[in-house]
Design a protein around this ligand. Structure first.
Ligand code: HEM
Length: 300
């Protein structure tokens, strides 16, 4: 494209948006040339690692959590586009492929956690982290709330006794992850859960209300025609996110918290050995895409 054509298209584009091209063109003359570090904000990004101890591997721990949060952001970026555009097989295939790729990136890199930290260093710096826990990842919860109806996130033992018509506020205390933050006998909430509620409960409940009837599983159920290829890809994403990632995460927790003949309490204080297993949580985003048999043996 020659430069005259490019300018003409630029002007037309501005006019289409109701903007005055003269101002925009004058403004262009004052722009500084772009550089990599300002565009990517890399210096800000690299300034965000603040270990609480002197142990070198705490930096590995922080960076890998941050890397995961960035990937969660990529996933939400795709999922939000799916939930706001009308259903189109082509778009859903494309976005689901991306979701699979991002989840595989997390799975394939989890060894950075599992084998990439010195066991004794981890055992020491983790004592400074309580009650913080990955349990408090708001983006993880947002992915869930975008992907599936709230009732599918209710603890499996309560799912049949509650209704999808219940209010968000009524369903929330029965979400599967509330159990991890609640003492089974006293019913007292852990510090980890209390912190999380104070910071995110309102935002998450608002999102659940906005997404009611618009989550990916609902949009799928309303779609006129869902191709076998799309079903295959959605099942793969569901399996990777809700079975394979929880399993690799659980194995990593076991590696650090249950080896050397010791069983350590989690920083978030949950009964994690049971709770984190996908066959216990039985959490799936698209239950309609799985047979009863597959759901019964979910994660086993
Ligand atoms: C050595 C590495 C890790 C260990 C030992 C570990 C341990 C745990 C434990 C025990 C829990 C249960 C809640 C609690 O009582 O604290 C948990 C939850 C969680 N962790 Fe990790 N974790 C590790 C790495 C990560 C990483 C890298 C992420 C990425 C963000 C992460 C994200 C999560 C999430 C999202 C939950 C909630 C899962 C759910 O509710 O099913 N964890 N983790």
């Amino acid at each position: 494209m020659n430069s005259e054509n490019a300018i003409q298209r630029f002007v037309l584009n501005l006019e289409k948006q109701g903007l005055n091209p003269d101002y925009a063109l004058a403004g262009l003359a004052h722009l500084k040339p772009l550089n990599y570090w300002e565009y990517t904000q890399v210096e800000t990004l690299l300034s965000l690692q603040n270990p609480r101890t002197h142990f070198k591997d705490e930096t590995v721990f922080i960076l890998y959590h941050q890397l995961t949060e960035l990937v969660f952001k990529l996933m939400l970026h795709e999922i939000e586009q799916l939930s706001t555009s009308g259903f189109s097989t082509q778009l859903w295939l494309e976005k689901t492929d991306r979701l699979i790729r991002y989840t595989q990136l997390l799975l394939n890199s989890f060894d950075i956690m599992k084998y990439g930290m010195n066991y004794d260093e981890y055992a020491q710096f983790r004592t400074s982290l309580s009650p913080a826990s990955g349990f408090q990842s708001a983006q993880y919860r947002k992915i869930e709330l975008h992907c599936t109806s709230l009732l599918n996130l209710v603890h499996v033992s309560k799912r049949k006794t509650l209704s999808s018509k219940s209010l968000v506020e009524e369903l929330f205390p029965f979400l599967y992850w509330y159990e991890a933050g609640t003492h089974p006998q006293s019913g007292k909430k852990s510090a980890t859960l209390q912190q999380f509620e104070t910071k995110y409960q309102m935002e998450l409940q608002l999102l659940a209300k906005q997404k009611s009837g618009q989550t990916l599983d609902c949009l799928l159920a309303q779609a006129p025609d869902v191709s076998a290829d799309l079903v295959h890809k959605l099942r793969e994403f569901d399996r990777l996110f809700n079975i394979d990632w929880p399993l690799v995460h659980l194995q990593t927790a076991k590696h650090y918290l249950e080896s050397k003949d010791q069983s350590k309490a989690a920083t978030g204080g949950s009964a994690w050995t049971t709770y984190l297993h996908p066959s216990y949580q039985k959490r799936t985003f698209f239950p309609l895409l799985w047979s009863q048999e597959e759901l019964t043996h979910w994660g086993s």
